[in-house]
Design a protein around this ligand. Structure first.
Ligand SMILES: NC(=O)c1ccc[n+]([C@@H]2O[C@H](COP(=O)([O-])OP(=O)(O)OC[C@H]3O[C@@H](n4cnc5c(N)ncnc54)[C@H](OP(=O)(O)O)[C@@H]3O)[C@@H](O)[C@H]2O)c1
Length: 257
């Protein structure tokens, strides 16, 4: 076991984008940070710059390996104060069912596989912090988001369910809802991305939000979130009418994973 009197965190999906930036911030703030993703060489490079980071190469779609990795991290760190789920299916060209299968294996079942041992440990300690990176596309059905929207919507449900159920163990759960952020994930998008943020700006906002445990949803930027929330409050027939107007324009784009 490493000597971990400091806070400890595990960031899943830490080899690029928001996960890499969050892992770096947490380590710079003094956390011992376990970083996981498939690209082991990227993790090794991060570790070489920041000794508070520890690489645990992992494909979260392999659920047995994910649970084993969670146990290994608990053994090495002794406990986990924070777990952040960032992994997302990058979206190679697949059919509808295969995209959904792969997306869920990573973005939903990868989460539950990692959480199983972590939750037991956090419950025992009556302490812990779980942060899910969701997406505003999970608010309500949006055309063109494919299974990405379905998976995020399920993740939001899981986050809220855990928020309620884990409150008796003093385990905090947060749902992070960023607008468009300039990462590998979005760089292949061909549609307009209003209010696109840099990874640095989004990471600042997420770190600020994670320091306010009373906030369940950390949603930003407001200028994108408010219209989306208002749209989400429309009665079904009106919402469906508005969205159906969008269908033609999104139909020519490849749906996300
Ligand atoms: N960018 C945005 O505009 C935006 C907006 C809202 C929400 N989000 C959410 O933010 C999170 C981070 O996305 P990002 O934009 O930072 O994307 P990103 O740069 O593509 O990062 C995705 C991360 O997931 C990892 N990953 C993918 N498949 C994996 C697997 N099977 N096992 C383990 N790790 C895996 C990738 O690493 P490897 O390839 O090395 O495995 C990478 O580290 C996602 O949940 C995304 O849905 C992003």
């Amino acid at each position: 076991m490493i000597d971990a009197p400091e806070k400890t965190a595990w960031v899943i999906g830490a080899s690029s984008g928001l996960g890499a930036a969050l892992a770096t911030r947490l380590a710079n703030e003094g956390y011992q940070v376990a970083i996981s993703a498939r690209r082991a060489e990227r993790l090794q490079e991060m570790v070489s710059h920041q000794p508070k980071m520890h690489a645990f190469a992992l494909d979260v779609a392999d659920h047995d390996a994910t649970t084993a990795c969670a146990n290994e991290i608990l053994d090495r760190f002794g406990h986990l104060d924070l777990i952040v789920f960032c992994a997302v299916h990058g979206g190679e060209t697949l059919g509808f069912h295969d995209r959904a299968t792969k997306g869920m294996a990573i973005g939903l079942l990868g989460v539950t596989a990692a959480l199983e041992p972590i939750l037991s440990s956090m419950k025992e300690r009556k302490s812990g912090h779980i942060a899910f990176i969701g997406s505003p596309v999970g608010f309500r059905a949006l055309p063109g988001t494919g299974s990405y929207g379905v998976i995020k919507s399920a993740l939001h449900y899981l986050a809220e369910q855990l928020k309620i159920e884990l409150s008796i163990y003093s385990i905090n759960v947060q749902l992070i809802l960023p607008g468009f952020v300039d990462t590998e994930l979005t760089q292949k998008n061909e549609f307009p991305m209003p209010f696109l943020m840099s990874v640095d700006e989004a990471t600042d906002r997420i770190m600020r939000g994670m320091r306010k445990p009373s906030r369940f949803r950390v949603a930003f930027p407001r200028r994108l979130m408010w219209p989306m929330r208002l749209l989400g409050m429309l009665p079904d027939h009106l919402y469906h009418w508005v969205m159906s107007k969008l269908v033609k324009s999104v139909d020519k784009h490849q749906p996300r994973n």
